[in-house]
Design a protein around this ligand. Structure first.
Ligand code: AMP
Ligand code: ZN
Ligand code: FE
Ligand code: FE
Length: 291
């Protein structure tokens, strides 16, 4: 069984359409695939239609941009009812924050002498519902200013670089509760990835579990082996599900090929049990696994 629970399409900052993503996963003999675009369920319908044509089980999810103890934290929301009004509202607010940040970043780039405007960004990302720095990076590549997304982040777009602009992200604990109320399963994406993990230590994660957090992503490329081992210990101690996934972005991210990390079948079964329980308790109409 190959289970990959975190991937992106062109609906956020991946480079394959939702249908292409599902078809590629099926070709690569992945049994279970989750589509988890940033802050939007906009790719779900196309991914579901594609999943019905091939031999794969599709988990619909969203990777939500949240903030906790001053750090950006990504929250994977699986099998939520995407029509739950508070969730719709929370995602709309995050997407509005993404959109209002773009002109500010472009303004900074222009003040640094880079000739770029919104049309350059739209041209490289016509499908996206969640415009982000990766798209501005792609526009900089298309304009010949940098050679890669990585170089664009390193020179301009990462925190501390001259074109970095912050954006709104939702409070993590509120969003965990909201995901549960929407009948879904809340899993922290790459908790000890790029940021300072001190607020997400054993005590911090125990507190989040009390808010309804069901799992943590352990096997992820941003986690070196010793980090994975430590996180496995914490997950066992707190009774959290441990997942593994690629965080595939197509050509948008190197070293993140589909199923480069996977989730154990028992962990996936556990996730489905929790999904069933939260869906029932919430009274919401949740999507279930499509196949
Ligand atoms: P944003 O959505 O604008 O906050 O940008 C965050 C996204 O940029 C995340 O999905 C990351 O996958 C991506 N990202 C962050 N750093 C880099 C990098 N150095 N190279 C390519 N993508 C990156
Ligand atoms: Zn991304
Ligand atoms: Fe992420
Ligand atoms: Fe991601």
């Amino acid at each position: 069984m190959r289970i990959d629970l975190h991937t992106h399409s062109t609906i956020s900052d991946g480079t394959l359409t939702p249908a292409e993503l599902v078809r590629l996963a099926a070709e690569e003999r992945i049994d279970v695939l989750a589509i988890t675009d940033h802050d939007t369920a906009g790719g779900w319908a196309a991914a579901e239609a594609a999943a019905q044509e091939v031999d794969i089980r599709l988990v619909r999810g969203v990777e939500i941009s949240t903030r906790h103890a001053g750090q950006g934290v990504h929250l994977l929301a699986y099998l939520v009812d995407p029509t739950y009004p508070p969730l719709v509202e929370a995602l709309a607010r995050i997407l509005a924050g993404r959109n209002s940040r773009v002109p500010a970043i472009l303004e900074r780039l222009r003040s640094l002498g880079v000739d770029i405007d919104a049309r350059d960004v739209h041209r490289v990302a016509p499908d996206t519902a969640a415009t982000g720095r990766p798209h501005i990076a792609d526009a900089l590549v298309a304009l010949g200013v940098v050679a890669s997304r990585d170089e664009a982040f390193a020179r301009y777009l990462s925190p501390g670089r001259p074109a970095y602009v912050e954006r709104y992200a939702a409070p993590l604990t509120e969003l965990i509760e909201l995901v549960v109320a929407a009948g879904g399963v809340a899993v922290l994406a790459h908790p000890w990835g790029r940021h300072d993990p001190s607020a997400l230590d054993l005590a911090g994660l125990a507190d989040l579990a009390a808010h309804g957090l069901a799992g943590i992503e352990i096997d992820h490329q941003d986690h070196p082996a010793p980090v994975r081992a430590q996180l496995r210990g914490i997950a066992a101690e707190l009774g959290l599900i441990g997942t593994g996934s690629s965080d595939f972005h197509g050509r948008g991210k190197v070293r993140h090929e589909l199923a480069c990390n996977t989730t154990a079948p028992e962990s996936f079964e556990h996730l489905l049990e929790i999904a069933e329980r939260t869906a029932r308790a919430s009274g919401r109409l949740t999507p279930g696994v499509a196949s």
